[in-house]
Design a protein around this ligand. Structure first.
Ligand code: GLN
Length: 460
C-alpha cells in the first residue's frame, strides 16, 4: 500500500512530540514526590494534569476549524509545549532539597515556592499546547487522503506507530535523569531533553510542511480554517447526514471511555502491582518498575505492522471499523481476565510471575491497535470537513474522562485490612479488582456489537 509522503512528516512530528510528552510524564510524579509533595498529593496533581491535557483538544480543535487552520494551531501548540517544558526545567533548576527521608516529611524551613510556580505554569502551558497540537495533527493525517479512502485505517495505524516509538524511547532516555530527594535538581536534564525534542519537532514540521502536506490533487492542507469555504467546496451548511455522522462519533466516544479507563491503570494500579506483587528478579538483577511502562509502547510498535497486514489479508472479511472497536474492547476484557486468574488465591505478600502482567499488556495492546487508530480513522471519515478538528477534540475528550475515572477506579486497589466497595459490591482482593475491568469492557463490547447494525446504517 502506497502512502503520501506527508504521512511520514506527520509521523516524525508526532513521534517527537510524544517523546517530549511521555518523557516529561515519566518524570513528573517522581519529581513531585522527590521534591514537593506527598504521594497522595502528587497523584492528585498527576490525575488532574493528565485529564486536562485531553480536555483542551476540544478548544484547540475549535480554534483551528474556526480561526487558525491546522498548521498554525500545531505550531502554536508546539511552541507552548516547548515553553512548558522549559518552565519545568527552570522549576528543577530552582528546586532545593526539602524532603528529609524518602517518602517522608517536608522540611518547612525550605522555601520552594518559586520552583512550584514554575512547575504549575509549565504544566499549564503543556495543557494549552497539547490542546492546540493533538487534534490538529490527527486531522491532517486524514486530510492527506480522499474522504472515504480505504487506506485510512492503515495510515492511522502507521501514524500510531510514531506515537508509540516516541512513548517507548522517552522513559528510557529521560529516565536516565531521574533525581532523588537528596538531589531533585537532577530532574532538570530530563525536562530539558523534552524541551529540545519538541523544539526540533516544530523545526522539522515548519521546514517541510509546504512541500509534503498537500491533498492528492496538490492543494496545501491546513493553511486556512475549515469553516471558510475554499473555491473547491460547494455548499457548506451541515446536512442531516452530517448531524447523524457527528452523533455516531459521540456515541463511539462514550464507548471508548471504558477502554481508556481500564488501559490507563498502567500508570497507577498496575504500577503498584508491578512494584509489589510481581517477581522482577532475573539472575539476581531487579528490573526497575518504571520499565514496565515501556511494554505497551514496545508491543504497539511491533504489532502495528502485523495488525495492518492482518486487516489487509482478510480482504472482504475484514471487520467493519465499528466491529474493530468492539473487538478492541473484547480483547481488553480478555487481557484483564487472564491476569484476574493469574492472581486468584495469591496471598497479599506473595509475588507472581512477570508473565502475567506481560500477557496482560500484550493482549491489551492488540485491543488498543484494534480501537485507537481505527477510531481516529473513523472520526476522520465521518466528520463534516468544517468541524473535522473539533470532532477530533470530542474524540479525545473521552480520554480526559477516562483518565479521571481511571484514577478513581485505581483507589479500589486492595490494601491490607481494608474492604473497599464498588456500587455496594465488596472488592476484597486483586482478583476482584481486576474483574471490575473484565466486566466493564465486556459489557461495553457486547453493547457495541449489538449497536453495530444501527450505527452502520447511520454511517451510510
Ligand atoms: N497513546 C495514545 C497517544 O498518546 C493514546 C491517546 C488516547 O486517545 N488516549 O496518543
Amino acid at each position: 500500500m502506497n502512502h503520501p509522503k506527508g504521512l511520514y512528516l506527520l509521523f516524525v512530528t508526532e513521534m517527537s512530540e510524544r517523546f517530549s510528552y511521555y518523557g516529561m510524564r515519566a518524570l513528573l510524579t517522581l519529581y513531585m514526590v522527590a521534591a514537593l509533595f506527598t504521594m497522595t498529593r502528587a497523584s492528585e496533581v498527576y490525575g488532574t494534569f493528565t485529564s486536562l491535557v485531553y480536555l483542551t483538544p476540544l478548544v484547540g480543535g475549535y480554534i483551528a476549524d474556526r480561526y487558525w487552520g491546522n498548521r498554525r494551531s500545531i505550531l502554536a501548540g508546539g511552541i507552548c509545549m516547548a515553553i512548558g517544558q522549559f518552565l519545568m526545567f527552570l522549576s528543577a533548576c530552582f528546586i532545593q532539597p526539602s524532603i528529609q527521608v524518602e517518602g517522608g516529611a517536608i522540611d518547612p524551613s525550605v522555601d520552594n515556592t518559586l520552583a512550584l510556580w514554575f512547575m504549575v505554569s509549565g504544566l499549564g502551558m503543556l495543557v494549552i499546547g497539547n490542546g492546540l497540537f493533538k487534534p490538529n495533527i490527527a486531522t491532517m493525517v486524514g486530510d492527506l487522503y480522499p474522504q472515504d479512502d480505504r487506506r485510512k485505517d492503515a495510515a492511522f495505524t502507521i501514524f500510531y506507530m510514531g506515537v508509540n516509538i516516541g512513548a517507548l524511547l522517552a522513559p528510557l532516555v529521560c529516565g536516565i535523569f531521574e533525581g532523588s530527594f537528596q538531589d531533585p535538581g537532577r530532574f532538570r536534564w530530563g525536562f530539558l531533553i523534552a524541551c529540545i525534542v519538541i523544539s526540533l519537532s516544530m523545526l522539522i514540521f515548519w521546514t517541510f510542511k509546504n512541500r509534503f502536506l498537500v491533498t492528492p490533487d496538490g492543494r496545501q492542507i491546513g493553511t486556512s480554517p475549515k469553516s471558510v469555504p475554499s473555491e473547491k467546496d460547494s455548499g457548506k451548511a451541515l446536512t442531516r447526514t452530517d448531524y447523524i455522522h457527528m452523533l455516531v462519533i459521540v456515541i463511539l466516544a462514550v464507548f471508548v471511555i471504558f477502554f481508556w479507563a481500564a488501559y490507563e491503570q498502567a500508570g497507577s494500579s498496575l504500577t503498584y502491582f508491578a512494584d509489589q506483587q510481581t517477581d522482577k528478579t532475573f539472575f539476581g538483577w531487579e528490573m526497575p518498575t518504571s520499565w514496565f511502562q515501556t511494554f505497551p509502547a514496545l508491543f504497539c510498535v511491533v504489532l502495528a505492522p502485523v495488525m495492518n497486514w492482518m486487516w489487509q489479508k482478510m480482504g472482504r472479511f475484514e471487520p467493519h471499523s465499528i466491529q474493530k472497536l468492539a473487538i478492541g474492547l473484547a480483547l481488553l476484557s480478555l487481557a484483564y481476565l487472564v491476569i484476574a486468574f493469574g492472581v486468584k488465591d495469591v496471598e497479599p505478600g506473595l509475588k507472581v510471575s512477570i508473565l502475567w502482567i506481560i500477557s496482560l499488556y500484550f493482549i491489551q495492546v492488540l485491543g488498543e491497535l484494534s480501537l485507537s487508530p481505527i477510531g481516529l480513522s473513523l472520526v476522520s471519515r465521518l466528520s463534516p470537513k468544517r468541524f473535522a478538528s473539533l470532532m477530533m477534540g470530542i474524540w479525545y475528550l473521552s480520554t480526559s474522562v477516562s483518565n479521571y475515572t481511571a484514577g478513581k477506579l485505581a483507589t479500589l486497589y486492595p490494601e491490607e485490612g481494608q474492604t473497599k466497595y464498588l456500587l455496594g459490591i465488596p472488592i476484597t482482593d486483586l482478583h476482584d479488582f481486576f474483574l471490575i475491568f473484565v466486566v466493564m469492557s465486556a459489557v461495553a463490547s457486547i453493547l457495541l456489537f449489538c449497536l453495530c447494525p444501527l450505527l452502520k446504517r447511520m454511517m451510510k
